[in-house]
Write a protein that binds this ligand. Structure first.
Ligand code: G3P
Length: 218
């Protein structure tokens, strides 16, 4: 399973990259705003800075909600770097835009997906990635991981190439469950990824090894 980091924070992206486990980055307008990035020029420059750190795909989201606007913005974003994946919302014009980009070899990530029907539409339109938001479904007492499982079955039934990008991942168990189900990619905060490192027996075991070394080498 590929590990993407869901942030526009350059220091966190670099930290994940330096660990050697980072396959890509996802962003959204809220994450860009959180970093204080505004204005088209600054936004485009920031995406370029992200692309310069990572080796994999970088999702950059359009703000327009009409077909012509999404195409205009998406083409501008795609020019920044070959790593850019145009992130398009799951609305009617978005589906149309995904087909447009797909026919022209521009990679897309269909975002704000909350149902299997939406995921099916994204795949039929030729999306490179589909992003079901599992954390936000869990927030409203709906089974986010169950949706990943259903989409996996549907895509496998018909051999769709669209990669399932489990988004809105909040904690390490989400990551483990996504890997168990067979999501192609997960995206989450750095804290959820580094939480995978943690086990008390690792800490205790290391402490004991070092203590024994110190005793026999003093
Ligand atoms: O980038 C989309 C998604 O990952 C958002 O996550 O935590 O805001 O629900 P969250």
């Amino acid at each position: 399973m590929k590990f993407f980091i869901d942030t526009a924070n350059l220091a966190e992206i670099k930290e994940a990259h330096d660990m050697g486990i980072l396959d890509g980055v996802t962003t959204n307008p809220s994450l860009m705003a959180k970093e204080g990035i505004s204005g088209t020029d600054n936004i485009l420059k920031h995406y370029k800075a992200i692309c310069d750190i990572v080796e994999g795909d970088v999702s950059a989201e359009v703000i327009s909600t009409d077909f012509a606007g999404m195409v205009r913005e998406g083409e501008l974003l795609a020019e920044i770097d070959p790593k850019i994946v145009v992130k398009v919302p799951m609305i009617k014009d978005g589906v149309k835009a995904i087909r447009y980009f797909s026919d022209r070899g521009i990679k897309t990530n269909c975002t704000l997906v909350f149902s299997a029907g939406q995921a099916l539409l994204a795949a039929k339109a030729g999306a490179s990635y589909v992003s079901p938001f599992i954390g936000r479904l869990d927030d409203i007492s709906t089974d986010g991981l169950g949706l990943i499982e259903t989409i996996r079955t549907i895509y496998d039934n018909y051999g769709y190439d669209t990669e399932i990008l489990a988004a809105s991942v909040r904690h390490p168990m989400h990551i483990i469950e996504c890997a168990t189900i067979g999501a192609d990619v997960m995206t989450g905060p750095l804290s959820a990824i580094t939480a995978l490192l943690k086990h008390p027996l690792t800490d205790l075991g290391l402490e004991k090894f070092l203590e024994d070394y110190r005793k026999s080498n003093s």
